[in-house]
Design a protein around this ligand. Sequence first.
Ligand code: UDX
Length: 430
Amino acid sequence: MDISIVGSGYVGTTVAACFAEVGHDVVNVDIDEDVVASINGGRAPIHEPGLEELIETHAGESLRATTDYAAVRDTDVTFLALPTPAEDDGHIDLSILKVGARSLGAAIAEKDGAHVVVTKSTVVPTTTEDVIAPILEAESGRALGEGVHVGMNPEFLREGSAVEDFLSPDKVVLGSETEYAAETLRAVFDPLVERAGGPPVVETGVAEAEMIKYANNGFLAAKISLANDIANVCAEYGIDSEAVLSAIGLDHRIGSEFLEAGVGWGGSCFPKDVAAIVAAARDVGYEPAMLEAAIEVNDRQPVRLLGRLRDHVDPDGARVAVLGLAFKPGTGDVRNSRAIPLVEALVDAGADVVGYDPVATENFRAEFPDIEYAGSAEEALAGADAALVVTDWPEFAELDSAFDEMATPVVVDGRRVVTRRDGIVYEPLV
Ligand code: UDX
């Protein structure tokens, strides 16, 4: 198939490179000239294991990038992979997607034959049919279901394993309303499904596909929050929450993944998506109590972590090492990292904060230019009155003797990653 992908961010670039890898001809359209030059030069514009190799292999052959939307006319189908950030009240912000849809619609006006437009971005139910389709119709002068067809294909890849997740999915979800769109989506995904050993392919409606993404992320975020709720009860009783959670994970109806209790979930998806579906549900007259509670528990975890710190050290004037600034290990991404509310609260309380992260320091510095940063965990700990462990980077399990260099060895562990117990005041969050 000839495929165009609008947007070369995290999802768009990964999807473009992976479609090229399974044998399609792919063009990536993005307004950012640096990103386009990077892809055409065989270099990945973002850091993601395996991505650089794919781009290097296929650039100039079956993968190219351009700033010109006219390129979509030579393709059978376009995937819209543009950002859908959150507004302050949690509602999804569709402005970037609408601009992309307008440019795309204008470009396909001059195409020979029908065109399929597939929403890859995460959008609240009915967005593709009620917002994107009318823009495409107006700009292209084509009728929906005739000259232009829409589809929805949610993406479940995780940062840090994006290529692997995309090429070996648990499931593929294809939403469409016309047979033409359904056939086109099948033709796009058939080679990937075959290569991945035949994962289930869910063929469904467009709005169902949109909702599946929110249901998936909402469920996982709520699962972690429920694990945190249970772990908090355990902590109050002095019960080992890890023993409890790993035991319940053995029930196949529960499953052991996404049961790691700690300071909560962050990142570019869970916080934005749970807030967006809560806001959308309220708009249609439903109060989604479980999803709201998932957010509330998540917001409380950093506050509880600071409570553990205050049990031992008054943050006012104290030197506090914050170990881990990324939203999870294996990435430099700090979007909605739990370190953000923690550092804000520490600074407000008058603490002298020194941050350390093996990868994310520069991204965090852009948000918090005024705190101190250390080049290593050892350097951050030296002379500190307390340490907060916020991200479960494996290296924090091996700090051992570095804690001896602290002024007072109070270690408040938000991820249960530190292994040392002797000679320090070890305070796990859960
Ligand atoms: C998530 C979804 O997993 C993915 O399917 C979707 O496409 C995008 O959002 P990602 O944000 O990359 O992926 O990270 P993920 O590995 O899911 O972790 C999200 C957050 O949950 C992190 O802050 C992580 O630390 C936290 N987490 C995860 C826990 O606190 N406990 C767990 O057991 C698992």
